[in-house]
Design a protein around this ligand. Structure first.
Ligand code: DP6
Length: 329
């Protein structure tokens, strides 16, 4: 007997960054974060619990991953939680594909674990309310908690004693028609992954405590700007959040610098656009790409300007999108 389900989830981009975990080992974020879920890029994941399997299998983009691969172990960890909650014992085959490049560090773990949490819950007969899916995804990857919901999504910091912690929707995707242009500055394998990068930063950076202190008020400013649909205020707060996060990592020992020359060139281009009166602001995750937010009216001009920056290989455009959903299997 095989019970299966398929789910689709989208990446999200944090406007107020999550970077750093609480020390109590429950994968709780040390800071609050706020993101926008994107339409136009998706992970589709099928989970099939199958009594004939003797271990969990992960197939990514058509290729089977080794059992000891980091991704396979994280997937098996999430499936173990689903088995514990549902009483099922079968191992599962997980078949997942992204319609955007996985290896380039483009926020693939958020959509991956949100889709997996929803598909695995449904396949095991567990309830699939978005808050439950969000908490389950968060236990494996914090940013994935936010992709359970669409639109603008917030996730508070963990508190001592928290066991469940889910993201919550702040405003729907049509609250504010922001446009996103991602400047891809490198193809190929990713950098130090975010889990390792934030652990290294927390352990060695003298500025990590300063980041944890600064993050809540940056989050408050991002949140207020989103609710007020104030692009200038959002840009200032979101850029400050990204720069403070990266400053904490740059000051780690050895320093963790996710940027390349092209990353800095894109930052300069965004500032030039703004000086010329074009609304645009940037954010940067654990990689060299730059994610630029603008208005739908200015999206084409921003895209053209970013493509002209030396070192920018291509651009990807996106708009706010919906939360994780089940698909017909
Ligand atoms: C820079 O959610 O990938 O993208 O919880 O260890 O899986 P784990 O980390 P992850 O970190 C994402 C960090 C970020 C900022 C953000 O998305 O808020």
């Amino acid at each position: 007997v095989v019970s299966r389900a398929t789910a689709i989830a989208h990446p999200n981009i944090a406007l107020a960054k999550y970077w750093g975990k609480r020390a109590d080992g429950h994968n709780l974020p040390a800071v609050p974060s706020l993101s926008v879920t994107l339409a136009g890029m998706a992970t589709t994941t099928e989970v099939a619990f199958d009594a004939s399997l003797d271990r969990d299998e992960l197939h990514l983009g058509g290729a089977a991953l080794p059992p000891d691969a980091e991704a396979t172990r994280r997937v098996a960890g999430l499936l173990d939680r689903v088995r514990a909650a549902s009483g099922r014992r079968e191992r599962a085959r997980v078949v997942s594909r992204n319609d955007f490049p996985t290896a380039a560090g483009l926020a693939s773990s958020a959509s991956a674990f949100a889709a997996l949490a929803l598909a695995a819950s449904a396949a095991a007969g567990l309830p699939t309310a978005p808050a439950l899916v969000s908490d389950l995804a968060r236990k494996t990857s914090v940013s994935a908690a936010r992709s359970a919901f669409g639109g603008f999504v917030e996730l508070r910091a963990g508190r001592p004693g928290d066991e469940a912690l889910a993201a919550t929707p702040l405003a729907p995707e049509d609250h504010w028609p922001l446009a996103v242009v991602i400047a891809v500055t490198r193809e190929g394998p990713k950098d130090v992954g975010s889990s390792d990068g934030m652990r290294h930063t927390a352990m060695t950076s003298p500025y990590f405590p300063a980041w944890v202190d600064a993050a809540p008020s940056l989050f408050d400013a991002v949140r207020a700007a989103v609710l007020a649909r104030d692009l200038a205020a959002l840009g200032a707060a979101a850029e400050a959040s990204a720069l403070c996060m990266h400053a904490s990592s740059i000051a780690a020992s050895p320093g963790l610098l996710y940027w390349t020359g092209a990353t800095v060139e894109v930052i300069a281009a965004v500032r030039r656009l703004r000086a010329q009166g074009t609304p645009a602001f940037f954010t940067i995750d654990a990689g060299p790409h730059v994610k630029v937010f603008t208005t739908p009216e200015a999206q084409a001009a921003v895209g053209a300007a970013l493509l002209a920056v030396p070192g920018v290989l291509r651009t990807i455009t996106a708009v706010p999108g919906g939360g994780a959903r089940l698909a017909p299997s």
